[in-house]
Design a protein around this ligand. Structure first.
Ligand code: PLP
Length: 498
């Protein structure tokens, strides 16, 4: 197989292998790594539909990670997609109310981040070995909630790695905090900071750019890496479940081979929907890619007008993992519709960082016809949860509800009757209060774990292990620090003299 290389969307630094791109995370010029070309699916849709999740993962990821041997890739997949998931199907498809919900929340932290973060540690360790890196890899992450826990769970006890997560001490939900501070694993470190998410993020970014610190780390046998959603080691595993979902529909006879489906994705950083786009470019018959936003509808406006503008109020919603005004992965789409012109992309991104906005040309806009944007208000999101529950008994979380509402509106206004797959990105148990309140206001008076039990009753689903665990789990991480102390905290964890 010819080697597929990766290049930066901003043009500097030359080409790197897949394993080098995974180790680096971000390109040195601040751009994102993209494959030179998008590979094609390696077999017919019918053949793909016969494969297990793990074999689908192998077939798809092999096309992107060409410098991994078959044995290496198989071993990463086997280690990632195992009993950590509470179903053999890994990503089951549930039909409800005329749509197909692709449940991406059966991993250990019950949100879709597990789909990629359960394999990233193995991809990273393998990449380190392939590139003769002797240092231990230290993953540094700032989190506003979901990513931190999923990364901790993914990297816990993975040999050759340590993971340090910083979260805003008073800026995450009680369940999210409990999930993190109870994390097991001798290589895990969790720190609350006196500050908000931006402070945590800036502190981590400063450490990544600190050459002196890098040298100190190196002399102690460590180097930093990132589990951020812009890493291609997170993007590539996400392509897999779209191919798998299509295969399931084909296998069940819901669609015929080659029939187009539509996909709606609740979007924040544009990683998940970009993976669906890559699946389409590989040859998966997807008609429209419908990008669903909550009230932070910067992407809806972008698809509507061609102008990306983050100069607006940041709203806190019931779908917090989509509360984001800078969708990092959108840069990969911008680069593509600019005709892979790194100069054009770099100019737009410069404008974004300097003015908070950019506008694409009509020529670029003309290439966005595969996409369609929509959004749901808080009220519409809550109503969608109630509607789906009352029509079918199926309970969806707030993020999925945003997508579900947008898919429903799209169908109504477009008349497009293609089968609709909705990416279901979190278990309703992760956002129990918002979900239960949407179903009936009376539930808001109950206490958190009592609500969990009622949800189990009304949905007929078992309480996930991730929730059961934290009811009684002991707090293992108590470190709290000032923003200015983050660097010394990291050094102390690693046994480096301050
Ligand atoms: C991260 C997340 C999203 C947004 O996904 P992106 O890839 O950032 O667009 C949506 N829903 C949930 C539950 C998430 O955790």
């Amino acid at each position: 197989m010819a080697e597929l290389l990766y290049e930066s969307t901003r043009g500097a630094g030359g080409k790197v292998t897949a394993s080098q791109a995974i180790l680096k995370g971000l390109a040195e010029d601040g751009g994102l790594f993209v494959p030179e070309t998008i590979p094609a699916l390696p077999m017919s849709l019918r053949e793909l539909s016969q494969l297990s999740y793990q074999d689908t993962a192998f077939a798809v990821m092999k096309q992107f990670l060409t410098d991994f041997t078959d044995e290496e890739l198989r071993s990463c997949i086997t280690n990632a997609y195992d009993e950590k998931f509470d179903t053999k199907e890994i990503a089951p498809l549930k039909e409800a109310d005329g749509s197909y919900y692709l449940e991406l929340f059966h991993g250990s932290t019950i949100a879709f981040k597990d789909m990629a973060l359960s394999i990233l540690p193995y991809l990273m360790v393998t990449s380190a070995k392939k590139n003769q890196i002797k240092n231990e890899i230290v993953i540094l992450t700032a989190t506003s909630g979901d990513t931190g826990k999923a990364a901790l769970a993914g990297f816990a006890d993975v040999p050759g790695t340590k993971i340090i997560v910083f979260y805003p001490k008073d800026g995450v939900s009680p369940i999210q905090k409990k999930q993190m501070v109870t994390q097991k694993g001798a290589n895990t470190f969790v720190v609350g900071i006196h500050g908000n998410f931006d402070d945590a993020q800036s502190g981590v970014k400063a450490m990544f750019g600190d050459k002196e610190l890098a040298a100190e780390l190196d002399s102690h046998g460590y180097q930093f890496s990132s589990a951020n959603s812009i890493n291609i080691g997170r993007l590539v595993p996400q392509v897999v479940y779209y191919v798998y979902a299509y295969g399931q529909l084909l296998k069940k006879g819901v669609i015929t081979e080659g029939e187009e489906i539509n996909v709606t994705v609740p979007t924040g950083n544009f990683g998940n929907i970009l993976a669906a786009y890559y699946a389409k470019l590989m040859g998966l018959p997807i008609g429209k890619l419908i990008c669903a936003s909550n009230e932070n509808k910067v992407l809806f406006d972008f698809f509507q007008t061609g102008a990306y503008d983050r100069n607006r109020e940041f709203l806190l919603t019931s779908s917090p993992s989509m509360d984001i005004l800078i969708s990092s992965n959108l840069e990969r789409l911008v680069y593509r519709i600019a005709g892979s012109d790194a100069g054009k992309d770099a100019a737009l991104m410069k404008s974004l960082s300097e003015t908070g906005r950019y506008e694409i040309t009509d020529e670029m806009r003309a290439q966005l016809s595969d996409f369609c944007g929509g959004f749901a208000s808080e009220e519409e999101t809550a109503k969608e949860i109630k509607t789906v529950y009352e029509n079918t008994g199926y309970v969806i979380d707030t993020h999925t509800a945003v997508a579900s509402f947008v898919a429903r509106s799209y169908r109504k206004t477009s008349g497009d009757r293609k089968k609709m797959v909705i990416a279901s990105t979190a278990s309703p148990y992760k956002f129990t209060r918002s979900v239960m309140k949407a179903i009936d206001a009376k539930y808001d008076e109950m206490e958190d774990f009592a609500l969990v039990d009622v949800l189990s009753e009304i949905s007929g689903t078992a309480v996930p292990a991730a929730i059961e665990e934290i009811r009684t789990a002991p707090v293992l991480h108590k470190t709290v620090c000032e923003t200015a102390e983050m660097k010394n905290t990291v050094k102390a964890f690693l046994g480096i003299e301050a």
